[in-house]
Design a protein around this ligand. Structure first.
Ligand code: NAD
Length: 500
């Protein structure tokens, strides 16, 4: 099959599918390695059209009452819930994760939509009566205008839904630039938003790579940029977009630690850590990639993890019974194989080796089996780098303090978990861990939609986390009104106004 005979994943601009492109990218099925579709890459002219459509969409949408906005979001929520299975299958076909896992991500995104349906409550301001004689004050939160979201491949539905439901609820228009690796989910979402009654232009999708992103980051018509992806790109997005006057939140990569104390139930900890390390083939920003075993916990934990690795059923995400699918692309597979190679070269103890894994009938899929390293030390690259694949490393620490030090010295600060039976140790960890999200006997502590999601250190550039209260603050600007209705003129007063 030649590339030009393939179906094209189009942009969604001003309520229409647009196939215009300066270039095209290829979308592959990770389970077979076959190119299945091509995706239109936007250039600066396509981005101009999207911003123009969004600017018009903003005029129409921001003028609608809170009740009407909430109605559209309620209808979208119903369409999403009714079609969750279809969306999950589309995600699996391009990302490779199991359909169950994809349904899970749709569910977590749906919860943000439900939170955003409460827009009327979320946007309430404060009012103070008689701040001075005959003077009242009240506060408002108003939309920014055109908000942009640039998202990673690993959650093609959930991560966009961390952003646009609240952006829209707050009255903004939105332009989504999804990952070019799995772009199709975004078009289903666009169609359902239109069907739910969102005005034309209030939600747009442009596909592409750096060219499209750069045009968005520097466009004078764009008010804000929300980004989720790897740390080097997050830093670049933050620096470029802020220097062009945009409000920015840029979430980066991660190296999430799970500390296992000697008093932890090792079977419970191993179940949790293996699920968090190997689920979605390790391609989750909240995946556990480093287990830190304290004192005598080490040997028992490593053995318990081996048992889980041996039991993982690897197979195509769309096949019943698969627990772990392939990596997203051939390039990702090569990168992860290279990381394993480096770990071996640096002298880490390879207890389970995922290289050479193949699935019968799907020999060209992007497979890497679950891999387990033990006795890893902090200087090794498999500890320092984010691998973003099914590779779990075990480090040994003598004490709780030593384990905590590892978490806190790591340049990333997304999430961290502790497994223990002792409340005081857990509380100490909760207080002192320098990360944005902490799990206590919970391996992937992703907050619910009504809390905010985000990391510290190099896992976040910017000030505000996504969704929850911080999401509302990000997508609105504050205004305070002071008003007086005097009966008669009292004469000019040239002192600084001190209300009495
Ligand atoms: P990525 O950084 O390669 O891509 C993210 C987005 O940036 C994509 O839309 C991509 O098209 C765009 N992009 C890529 N290179 C660019 C460039 N040079 N200039 C401008 N734009 C560019 O990330 P990915 O591989 O899609 O996703 C995996 C990464 O995302 C991992 O590092 C993971 O930890 C991170 N992630 C973080 C979170 C979080 O909450 N912190 C959540 C999910 C994923």
């Amino acid at each position: 099959m030649t590339t030009t005979a393939l179906e094209t994943v189009a942009h969604w601009i001003g309520g229409e599918r647009l196939h215009d492109a300066s270039r095209y990218g290829e979308v592959t099925d990770p389970a077979t390695g076959a190119v299945t579709r091509r995706v239109a890459f936007a250039g600066a002219a396509d981005v101009d059209r999207a911003v123009a459509a969004a600017t018009a969409g903003f005029e129409a949408w921001s003028a609608q009452s809170l009740t009407k906005r909430a109605n559209v979001l309620f209808k979208f929520r119903e369409l999403l819930a009714a079609n969750a299975g279809e969306l999950a299958r589309v995600i699996t076909a391009e990302h490779g994760k199991t359909v169950d896992d994809a349904r899970g991500e749709v569910q977590r995104g749906l919860e943000v939509v439900e939170f955003a349906c409460g827009a009327a409550h979320l946007l309430k301001g404060d009012k103070s009566e008689s701040v001075a004689t005959g003077v009242d004050s009240h506060s408002l939160r108003q939309p920014l205008g055109v908000a942009v979201g640039i998202t990673p491949f690993n959650f093609p539905a959930m991560v966009p839904m961390w952003m646009f439901p609240l952006a829209l609820a707050c009255g903004n228009a939105f332009i989504l630039k999804p990952s070019e690796k799995d772009p199709s989910a975004s078009l289903l979402i666009a169609e359902w938003l239109a069907e739910a009654g969102l005005p034309t232009g209030a939600f747009n999708v442009v596909h592409g790579d750096k060219e499209a992103v750069d045009a968005l980051l520097t466009h004078p018509g764009v008010a804000s940029v929300s980004f989720v992806g790897s740390t080097p790109i997050a830093r670049y997005i933050y620096e470029t977009a802020t220097s062009h006057g945009k409000r920015v939140q840029a979430l980066g990569g991660a190296k999430n630690h799970a500390v296992v104390m000697p008093d932890a139930d090792v079977e419970i900890a191993a179940d949790a850590i293996a699920s968090a390390a190997y689920g979605s083939a390790g391609q989750r920003c909240m995946a556990i990639s480093a287990a830190v075993a304290v004192g005598p916990a080490g040997d028992a934990l490593a053995e318990a993890l081996e048992a889980r690795v041996d039991a993982v059923r690897i197979g195509p995400g769309a096949e019943e019974g698969s627990q772990m699918g392939p990596l997203v692309t051939g390039a990702s597979r090569e990168r992860v194989l290279g990381a394993i190679e480096a770990g071996v070269g640096e002298g880490a103890e390879l207890r389970r080796d995922g290289r050479g894994v193949s699935v019968a009938g799907h020999e060209d899929g992007f497979w890497v089996g679950p891999t387990l390293f033990d006795r890893v030390t902090p200087e090794m690259t498999i500890y320092r780098d984010e691998i973003f694949g099914p590779v779990l490393i075990v480090l040994r620490a003598d004490t709780f303090e030593e384990a905590l030090e590892l978490v806190n010295q790591n340049p990333y600060g997304n999430g961290a978990a502790i497994f223990t039976a002792d409340g005081r140790t857990a509380r100490e960890f909760e207080e002192r861990a320098q990360v944005g999200m902490v799990g206590v006997n919970v391996p992937i502590p992703v907050p619910m939609a009504y809390y905010s999601f985000g990391g510290w250190k190099q896992s976040l550039f910017g000030d505000l986390h996504v969704h929850g209260r911080e999401g509302v603050l990000f997508y609105t600007r504050g205004k305070v009104v002071t008003e007086r209705w005097p009966e008669q003129a009292r004469g000019a007063d040239y002192g600084f106004p001190a209300h009495k």
